[in-house]
Design a protein around this ligand. Sequence first.
Ligand code: HEM
Length: 418
Amino acid sequence: MTVWTPTDDGFADLTSHDTFTAGPPFATFARLRKDDPMHWTDYPAGQGFWSVTRHADILALNGQPDLLSSARGIRIEDQSYEEYLARRTFQETDSPEHMMTRVKVARAFSKPVIAGFEQSIRELCADILDQALERGNFDATREIARQLPMRMLGRIVGLPDEDLPWLVEKGDALIANTDPDFTTHVLDKMTTDEFRMMPFNSPAGAELYVYAKDLMARKAAAGDTSGVLHLILQPGSDGSVMPDHEFRNFFCLLVAAGNDTTRYSIAAGLHALTVQPGLLEQIQSGAVDDTMADEIIRWATPAIYFRRTASRDFDMHGKTVKAGDKVVYWFASGNRDDEAFDRPMQVDLARTPNRHLSFGQGGPHVCLGMWLARLEVRVLFQELARRIRSIEADGEPRFLRSNFVGGIKSLPVRVTLQ
Ligand code: HEM
């Protein structure tokens, strides 16, 4: 049983955000994996790029940060050096700089620390589900998936509850900056360069800049030194302190990364329940508690790609990648590679092992929030399964307009309660 049949003709334009409004072009990815695994694409808006589409190749290259650097940008769009410096976070650096920052906050996101939030997540899920499910039919992305991640992040980072809806809105505008439903400044249609020094080239980045500064001032006045934001401001092993603008970029990264990716994993999982029979019963049985979150996150692949830049020439699959060339790891393709997954176009909640790439596994930038995301997804689906007898589609899902963030932005469903 397949829950997704790609509709692209195998030759989709990967540079076009519009391509992805029908879901990822999996037929194109399958053709590239088979026929042209190191594929060159001309990019009308700038320098062309190489596409890496096979699971094994993504894993191998991501493990060589000295060859493929994050420090020249991680999106397909080109940036000037000046823009890069103004907008970068530690995600756009290489070690040793990258590691020095990452270790400051790694513990706060580690598996044992995050495990301590399980009860808190369960309570939030109960609250969200009880409100949503009693409606009977509703948009599941909006009423369920969108609610949990920011409320949880708020608790970890120490954000006031009353600010969370505003932060969700800004997080959406940042990361979904190519979808007119989420921003008035659509990245590939923008006629101004006013925001080019702001995170995600977005006016929301400018507003979050101001918010982060005020928040830290309020925390300092109250003598509040708890939370991840305080940790990141501590001096590194060489005594250096993160500059002001980089701190605010980090804040934007958290708001963006902690918000949409988990939401779209939940949305993809809910969608799967509506189209692949038997999944709900499997969750209800308790037999897939340890494996389902990873499979839902593989299935979703909310970070469709990340980009690197070659530091020196190298050859692969008969092609020569030159120093300075952009190289794109298409995680969405790697996660559907039948060389790595048995029946990749099916959701198998018991899949073990599950070597998906959704978190950028194998590389030094592997997602910092992965334990949090996994826990949120598991608990949400456990709590949902306890409450409903059935869930079915009540209209067509609508996908985000983005080749970077994969997600169902609107998912009409109908549920019956237990
Ligand atoms: C299912 C949910 C999520 C997915 C699919 C996801 C995906 C990713 C991926 C693919 C990367 C690696 C990027 C690269 O290789 O350049 C990454 C990095 C990162 N993620 Fe996540 N993410 C998720 C949830 C979260 C959450 C909840 C947070 C924070 C609360 C978070 C914070 C970060 C940060 C800070 C980095 C940068 C790490 C570094 O550069 O060392 N993510 N994420």
